[in-house]
Design a protein around this ligand. Structure first.
Ligand SMILES: Cc1ncc(COP(=O)(O)O)c(C=O)c1O
Length: 507
């Protein structure tokens, strides 16, 4: 965002415009920023730190500097350890005195600074601010309310993550799915929707929700070229982009991050270079709201993440948080601030962990693909994609080879989005077979964005999404044992489902 950036305030929802700042926090902030040092603070119900029933927090963590590939060593109990310490009465990166007090809606200043530096290091957005969240679910649902008005349509991938897309339905927001291929969202398809939009359907979509790396559920990753095209379309059609990127650091098939002996201390820079540029990093207008989370790279129960946005949206988010849920809990903020501090892993150590973690997930992906090729592919009834990041594969099943598959030609005058095959019926029947054989994977129908004939422009050539729900989402985040069992049972289930007589023995 620069001084010539467009005014994007027209994207705010009525609710966001009408929210008032918390008046007590306004006074508190004024005094805090005035530089006064001897203020008798009798304004708030702040419990005194001497009454907190703890003195220190101590996290025992892998010593990443001592192990070239710390994740496998950690898993098997063979990794040396170190401690992140937070104290109430001794110096540390985030004193527990401050950490456990009421604070700013954007988060504790020390943690906010740490995450601002991290964001700057990896994405270098022109002029953005950080608002801490309880993870991406919290961040995204806040953003839907910040931007969405009853009757609005938002854009997303035609198969998207219902954990998030369900959220704004109840306050009257509808989704429009953009066609995808093996490379994720197709920018030209998105532009077609915007170009052909009929205002009789409501205002043209002004928000795009997208998962650029290891998309949930398809596992696809957007190329740099597609990212650039999508950003250019967003500029042309005045879209806000919500970039939900929890798998950003889990990108596969990158050359190893070497540490030449004459170039110590630059590991993190080399690691950062191996990552595909985020859409945020291209954001000269301030129209990208990026959502990051520690869920996939530290632990989901951390419940900590952050939104990077232009300052106008940041202020609105803070206003909401100050009179609503308040800042995220102190435990996670203390962990993260110490982790990236001088006494913690620092950025180099954090990147060593991330590099080792992504290799671990890559090995799990490769193991799944190997077992799939052995147990499932020979059935001739399914194939799988090779994701470049994240935690999911997208398994395609050839339902047209099933004896009960039905397909009817389009009938003139009938809806362009009505199914013309029984793929969905077979998909759910096969799910029952999977469950009967003790394997669970997610049917694509759960992720499919409902279509409407109004935004389908290629009429008779269009294949309704309900005829394209021939996929299941499977994760390789589990153990080799789970993957081995799961894929073997999947192969058996497919044989029984397509070929007939049930098998008696089970793995
Ligand atoms: C695409 C996507 N967004 C958001 C989330 C939720 O993340 P968090 O745990 O940070 O709320 C997930 C979790 O699976 C996800 O896959």
């Amino acid at each position: 965002m620069t001084s010539s950036s467009p005014d994007l305030s027209h994207h705010l929802s009525g609710e966001a415009r009408e929210r008032l700042p918390n008046p007590m926090k306004v006074i508190w902030r004024r005094v805090n920023s005035s530089g006064r040092i001897d203020v008798a603070n009798m304004a708030n119900g702040d419990p005194h730190h001497s009454l907190y029933p703890f003195k220190q927090l101590m996290f025992e963590v892998p010593s990443v500097a001592e192990e070239p590939d710390p994740v496998p060593a950690w898993r098997t109990g063979n990794c040396p350890t170190q401690f992140f310490h937070s104290y109430k009465d001794e110096p540390c990166a985030l004193s527990l005195r401050n950490a456990f007090q009421y604070t700013h809606g954007a988060g504790l200043p020390e943690c906010q600074k740490t995450l601002t530096d991290l964001t700057q290091f990896f994405y270098a957005p022109p002029d953005h601010a950080i608002t801490l969240t309880l993870g991406n679910s919290d961040g995204i649902t806040k953003l839907f309310r910040l931007l969405g008005e009853r009757g609005d349509h938002f854009l997303t991938d035609e198969f998207s993550f219902p954990g998030m897309t369900n959220a704004p339905l109840s306050y009257g927001i509808k989704w429009v799915g953009v066609k995808m291929d093996a490379g994720g969202m197709i920018p030209e398809e998105m532009e077609k929707i915007l170009q052909n939009w009929n205002e009789a359907s409501g205002r043209r979509p002004h928000v795009l929700y997208i998962i650029p790396v290891g998309q949930n559920p398809t596992g696809t990753t957007l190329s740099l070229e597609r990212r650039q095209k999508i950003y250019a379309i967003a500029q042309k059609w005045d879209l806000i982009i919500i970039e939900d990127d929890p798998y950003y650091f889990i990108q596969f098939d990158q050359p190893p991050v070497e540490t030449p002996s004459d170039d110590q201390g630059n590991y993190s820079k080399r690691f950062a270079k191996s990552l595909i540029p985020t859409i945020l990093s291209m954001d000269t207008d301030g129209r990208v709201l990026r959502i990051d989370s520690f869920s996939k790279i530290i632990a989901p129960g951390m419940r900590l993440g952050w939104i990077t946005s232009n300052r106008m949206f940041h202020d609105k988010l803070v206003t909401y948080t100050d009179s609503g849920p308040q800042h995220p809990h102190a435990f996670g903020q203390a962990f993260v601030t110490e982790m990236l501090s001088e006494k913690g892993w620092q950025m180099d150590g954090f990147c060593r962990w991330l590099q080792s973690l992504r290799l671990d997930y890559q090995r799990r992906r490769d193991f799944l693909l190997e077992v799939f090729r052995r147990e499932v592919e020979p059935t001739g009834y399914a194939s799988v994609n090779v994701p470049e990041g994240g935690m999911f594969v997208w398994i395609e099943v050839y339902f047209e080879r099933h004896p009960r598959y039905r397909s009817e030609p389009p009938v003139a005058g009938s809806s362009t989005v009505a199914p013309r095959t029984n793929v969905e019926v077979l998909l759910l029947e096969l799910l029952e077979k999977f469950i009967e054989l003790d394997v669970v994977i997610m049917p694509s129908v759960l992720f499919a964005i409902e279509e409407h004939p109004r935004w389908i422009d290629d009429g008779a050539r269009h294949v309704p999404i309900r005829d394209r729900t021939r996929f299941y989402r499977a994760t390789f985040a589990g153990t080799e044992e789970t993957i081995e069992k799961g894929m073997t049972r999947l192969g058996r289930a497919l044989r029984e489902f397509f070929d007939g007589p049930p098998l008696t023995s089970r793995l």
